[in-house]
Design a binder for this molecule. Structure first.
Ligand code: GTP
Ligand code: SPV
Ligand code: MN
Length: 650
């Protein structure tokens, strides 16, 4: 048997524990169904690659679980996990549908916690730009290696006592794609295992591949942070909100998450791996890891293109990715709804894969009228979290008022009786979600798992902008497009812990997800411009502009196909745009409004008020100065000067 330790690089924090592992994984141990008296209840340690085995052993020593379960991804295994969770009260069955379940979390654990999310590098400036003196940095949180080591030790020592440690091998991206990457998540949450099985390609074949290749993998350690041996306040949803922490160490391809079982905090393949660690790998390897949906769109002439779009959390990615176009003759197909990994191929064509295998989508607002495709996707094999329950064994959320019989009784996301039209609190948590297999989507693109990815022709940026920002405008060129991405702002949503509806800067919809210094990220984007490449055109869209009486000016959803139609015509070189200070907007009458049922105030929708834009440009300048400082690439500073001048001359 090879010496497992000397061949493998040890992670920073676990040296001490690694030493214990070294001693115990000597060739004489031999008890493969047991590890230091801990039962391996499923799987076999002998089938792990040396690197995976070492990673497991180190964390067994640290977390002290009662059992180890190496996941194989089978249906049988999943059924057993569902039974365990049902018994613990973590999930309840939804007999109205096929294999659907409802989880109710602890009310203190319902969204990502950005303030407790850290990137660990030697130098702070590798993680975040240096803010102006006296200003608090908003582009991520840094932690030093020694503080990370302390944080991990304090929280993880013995944290799995009385619980089972699950070893979850997974691939981000189709296993056959050269663009894909492998991870192993160690977790004590069966909810995480069941969710990871939906959201990633998870199972035995990943371990086999790691064993055959001896490859590295992204190390993902997760605990809900409540040993089953102590007092547990809510055994149905154990968590430790006060001490929650989400840590990333890009140099080691390592993620450590403690205290939360929810979404992006615990399904570590998603934001932690595919975006934060992913963006650092992408920087190193010359590609892009982005918070973007990917859709295929075929025009009435039968010409198909693919578009990627970055909108902040809860700003419409899933809806656009599954849109039912209202414009006749158009067809939309979905490749992904949240994350895109994109790389220029040897022909200079940008290609994208969706690294995920499922949708973790916002439930409220989803209905037959807004997103019928999602409705046709989610009522089989789906794990719902924090939605409301109906007396006929189904689900309910805000937006389903007209699609739910009046006589069914509703239980809200906290498990309390809830009466329509009477209770003032929402029935479903605003960040309640469905976790559903992507392959169930009736319009999943035939190429969604193609190992080469799909060719990207356009990139959209957008956000919730109630005022001042037109429905659509086109960037002047790639550099201006990078500036547009850098300048993104959006109204806060329930997807994170922010309160109220403040307009926040959210460059590239990546503010919570940058794995490294945003200034360097901008340089990386600028460096994509090379002579041999066909650069996608870049656009900015805003479905959320409101009139003075607070109503949306644009019907959105399927009607957004009218905007995509204009974008495709621009890609075809049609002369349907006119220049403004902020970019190109549709020439009058060039947006196809044929058959639009409601009247739209185009004047208001496309208005570019000078006062507003003066303030906007000022806010962007202030943000760049205060938050990015010397890390701002010269080219972006130049773009800002240009826009300022154009706005002044309006
Ligand atoms: P994350 O999963 O958090 O990254 O969110 P997302 O970007 O996928 O957002 P999603 O598509 O789930 O939309 C979030 C909310 O915005 C839902 O309540 C939608 O109903 C609403 N929404 C989406 N598209 C539109 C639109 O075109 N117009 C309006 N008014 N609302 C929209
Ligand atoms: C987001 O907040 O952007 C999400 C949900 O997609 S979560 O996975 O919780 O991050
Ligand atoms: Mn998202």
């Amino acid at each position: 048997m090879p010496d497992l330790v000397t061949k493998t690089e040890n992670s920073g924090y676990s040296n001490e524990f690694g030493r214990v592992a070294r001693k115990l994984s000597s060739p004489n141990v031999g008890l493969f169904r047991q590890l230091r008296g801990i039962s391996v209840v499923s799987g076999d340690l002998r089938n792990l690659s040396p690197k995976v085995r070492l990673y497991v052993e180190e964390n067994v020593d640290l977390c002290k679980p009662d059992n180890i379960h190496i996941c194989d991804g089978t249906e049988e295994e999943n059924d057993n996990l569902l039974k365990i969770m049902q018994k613990q009260g973590t999930i309840i069955p939804l007999p109205k549908y096929e294999n659907c379940w409802l989880a109710r979390t602890n009310p203190a654990d319902t969204a990502r916690v950005e303030s407790k999310t850290f990137i660990c590098t030697e130098n702070k400036s590798d993680t975040i730009p240096t803010p102006k003196e006296g200003v608090k940095g908003q582009l991520g949180n840094w932690i030093s290696p020694s503080d990370m080591q302390d944080a991990v030790k304090q929280r993880f020592t013995g944290c799995m006592k009385g619980r089972t440690m699950y070893v979850v091998p997974f691939s981000m991206g189709p296993l056959t794609s050269p663009l894909s990457k492998i991870g192993v998540e160690i977790t004590d949450s069966p909810y995480v295992v069941a969710s990871m099985r939906i959201m990633t390609r998870m199972g035995r074949n990943i371990l086999d591949k790691l064993q055959a290749t001896g490859d590295e993998f992204v190390k993902c350690l997760h605990s809900v942070g409540v040993p089953a041996t102590g007092f547990v306040e809510s055994p149905e949803w154990p968590c430790d909100p006060e001490r929650t922490i989400i840590l990333h160490k890009p140099a080691q391809n390592e993620i450590v998450s403690y205290g939360s079982g929810y979404g992006g905090n615990s399904l570590l393949g998603k934001k932690c791996f595919a975006l934060r660690i992913g963006s650092t790998i992408a920087k190193r390897e010359g590609w892009l890891a982005e918070h973007m949906l990917i859709l295929g769109i075929t025009n009435p002439q039968g010409k198909k293109r693919y578009i990627a779009a970055a909108f902040p959390s809860a700003c419409g990615k899933t809806n656009l990715a599954m849109m039912t176009p209202s414009l006749p003759g158009y067809k939309i197909q979905c490749v992904g709804d949240d994350i895109a990994w994109m790389r220029f191929d040897s022909n200079g064509q940008l290609r994208a894969i969706n690294p995920e295998n499922g949708f973790f989508g916002v439930a409220p607002g989803t209905s037959r009228s807004s997103n019928p495709i999602a409705m046709d996707t989610v009522f089989r094999n789906t794990l719902f979290t924090n939605v409301a329950l109906t007396s006929d064994g189904g689900v309910y959320w805000e937006g389903l008022e007209n699609e739910t019989p009046k006589d069914v009784k509703i239980t809200d996301w906290r498990g309390q009786a809830w009466v329509r039209g009477q209770d003032k609190t929402p029935a479903a948590h605003p960040n309640s979600r469905f976790c559903t297999p992507a392959k169930q989507c009736p319009i999943i693109d035939p190429a969604w798992e193609h190992p080469d990815g799909v060719p990207i022709s356009a990139i959209l940026f957008g956000g919730r902008r109630p005022a001042g920002v037109p429905l659509v405008y086109e960037a002047r060129n790639w550099r201006h497009g990078v500036f547009v991405g850098a300048s993104m702002r959006s109204e806060a949503t329930a997807a994170a812990e922010h309160k109220g509806k403040v307009i926040m800067h959210d460059p590239f919809a990546m503010r919570p997800f940058f794995g490294y210094n945003f200034g360097k990220y901008l340089e990386h984007w600028l460096s994509m411009e090379q002579p041999s490449r066909q650069l996608p055109k870049i656009f900015h869209v805003n479905w959320f502009r409101k009139s003075n009486d607070g109503k949306f000016l644009w019907p959105g959803f399927g009607e957004n196909s009218r905007v995509l139609d204009w974008i495709l015509r621009r890609l075809d070189g049609e002369d349907c745009a006119q220049e403004t200070a902020i970019g190109y907007v549709p020439k009058s009458n060039s947006l196809n409004l044929e058959g639009l049922k409601e009247s739209v105030d185009l004047q208001q929708l496309f208005d570019i008020p000078k006062d507003f834009w003066r303030e906007e440009v000022y806010a962007i300048e202030k943000y760049f100065n205060e938050q990015v400082g010397n890390d701002l690439p010269k080219e972006i500073a130049n773009q800002l000067v240009d826009v300022k001048r154009r706005v002044d001359n309006m």
